[in-house]
Ligand binder design. Structure first.
Ligand code: GLN
Length: 290
């Protein structure tokens, strides 16, 4: 309990203290407290300090307590508040979507770098996002590419619905569609294919961080026995779906660069690996061999 904190400022400090005592060493208690309290009060997080002396009502204190207790029980902030920032945009989440990760911005950057080299950002590119989840990758790309259009596909109907809602809220619904289905539902050749498919080896899922294994959907994590099932399925059809002169960008696990390179070569593609900010292999860029 944050106690009968009279003002918002006192509640923020009490909440941060509680989180700091209850969460591990790499926790971010002050930031978590700010995001959770802002959400509980329906305010923008960056406005909170301006109203530090505002008195809180009983129901407000209760709502803050509930959020802090959920955080202390190990739930990620993004799950509690139901949204996560990615590429400077705020994405709604649901049980059916992964929480977008900062590392995945590497994929958006790699795709944009290729577009800058080959087409320019004003080109009317067609994009497919496989396993779109909250729609974060596709919508981030559309936000940087004013003439592009895209299809987001997900096996989960719930994810397709959440992605559609995000496109609507963020103003991209006239340039995007989101459909439930498998990758083969993609109808016609496109210029850019992006995907953050499930790539965790099935037997290591139980050793993942609790914030991941207990709160992210299994369908978005489980990559089969060697973690590569989704890539095999996508590569099988890539030739049909990729427009000549197009490219594909897949997020990969930090240790999957070599394996993906081999799979891609077998399927007739050349792979270039892009590291994330921590220097780990994170994205593979595929173009047709010759
Ligand atoms: N990056 C996620 C993790 O850290 C995995 C996402 C995925 O399988 N695509 O667990």
């Amino acid at each position: 309990m944050i106690g009968a904190a009279a003002t918002l400022g006192a509640a923020r400090r009490a909440a941060a203290k509680r989180l700091s005592a209850g969460l591990g060493a790499d926790a971010t208690p002050a930031l978590d407290a700010r995001l959770l309290i802002a959400s509980a009060l329906g305010m923008a997080p960056d406005q909170l300090v301006l109203v530090d002396d505002r008195t809180l009502s009983e129901p407000e204190i209760h709502a803050i307590d509930v959020a802090i207790e959920r955080r202390l029980a190990g739930e990620p902030v993004a799950r509690i508040i139901g949204e996560k920032e990615f590429w400077g945009l705020s994405f709604r989440l649901s049980d059916a979507t992964l929480v977008p990760r900062p590392d995945t911005e590497t994929l958006v950057e790699a795709a944009l770098a290729w577009i800058d080299r080959t087409h320019g950002r004003d080109a009317p590119l067609r994009i497919v996002d496989i396993g779109t989840g909250s729609g974060a990758i596709l919508i981030a790309l559309l936000s940087a590419l004013p003439q592009a259009r895209g299809v987001g596909i997900d096996l989960s109907e719930g994810a397709a619905r959440t992605a559609r809602e995000n496109a609507q809220r963020l103003g991209f619904s006239d340039r995007s569609v989101f459909i439930q289905g498998s990758w083969s539902a993609s109808c016609c050749p496109v210029d850019v294919i992006v995907s953050n498919p499930p790539y965790i080896q099935r037997n290591v899922i139980q050793s993942l961080d609790r914030e991941v294994k207990d709160h992210d959907p299994m369908l978005a994590l489980d990559g089969g026995d060697d973690g590569l099932d989704a890539y095999r399925e996508i590569l099988r059809d890539l030739d049909r779906v990729m427009q000549p002169g197009g490219a594909a960008f897949f997020e990969i696990g930090y240790d999957q660069g070599d394996a993906l390179g081999s799979l891609a070569r077998l399927a007739g593609f050349e792979g270039v690996i892009h590291p994330d900010l921590a220097g780990h292999d994170r994205v593979v860029e595929l173009i047709r061999q010759n």
